[in-house]
Design a protein around this ligand. Structure first.
Ligand code: MN
Length: 227
């Protein structure tokens, strides 16, 4: 038994549809990966090199509830396809990148937009806006061996039954294999790493009592109550 001087934090894991848990190491999130969302955020929609920020593994939450976080008056939804890696590596070629994927899940990159905006303006890091408690609601992970690799299909978020965000996975500026390859040039990826693949246009605020319904073609739907 390891001689820890404080109680060891638990390994974070996310549920798998059909049973089992997927242990999570890191979360990489891509910014501005759909042209229409880049335009709505006032950014250049061209294919500049991608950029990534991180959330913490323990920000993932499959409870179906999103508690409105403190220190913000403007919390936004961003519907995203989550990609979970079963194998890591460095300098992974694009053509082999999908061999590293274990599965996919519907997810939300919840964002304290007011704090993120302030950070952007001051050239500061984004963690206060992005990496707070339970900021990544998600549904159970689905195995690529069951659902295949998702490269096209409708991605949609409904808020209280009305469509708020919609797009197609094939509109990603950087496709999933390209993101894996790119990240692996900068970081040593490992099994358990997770990528959140960016949001289509239509981001907006939620309030307590709202219900967010994620629909990604090829995956089971996810419903999240804002409490
Ligand atoms: Mn996002």
């Amino acid at each position: 038994m390891t001689d820890y001087v404080i109680p060891a934090p638990q390994t974070v894991s996310i549920p798998v549809r059909g049973g089992g848990q997927f242990p999570v190491r890191r979360i990489y999130c891509i910014g501005r990966n759909y042209a229409a969302h880049s335009i709505e955020m006032g950014d250049n929609p061209d294919r500049d090199p991608p950029f990534f920020f991180q959330k913490n593994a323990n920000n993932l939450d499959a409870s179906g509830e999103f508690p409105y976080p403190p220190m913000s008056q403007d919390v936004h939804y961003e519907v995203e396809l989550l990609v979970a890696l079963k194998e890591g590596g460095t300098n992974i070629p694009v053509a082999q990148a999908l061999d590293h994927v274990w599965g996919y899940a519907p997810s939300l990159d919840m964002t304290r937009r007011d704090l993120q905006g302030e950070a952007k303006k001051k050239g500061r890091p984004w963690e206060v806006g992005k990496a707070f408690e339970r900021s990544a609601p998600m549904g159970p992970l689905e195995a690529a061996s069951d659902v295949g690799h998702l490269s096209s299909g409708r991605i949609e978020l409904q808020v209280n039954g009305a469509v708020a965000q919609e797009g197609d996975l094939n509109q990603m500026i950087w496709k999933v294999p390209e993101m894996i390859a790119y990240l692996s040039d900068y970081f040593a990826l490992e099994a358990g790493d997770v990528i959140m693949s960016g949001t289509p246009a239509g981001v907006g605020p939620i309030v307590r009592g709202d219900v967010m319904d994620v629909r990604i073609e090829g995956l089971q739907p996810l419903s999240v109550n804002v409490i």
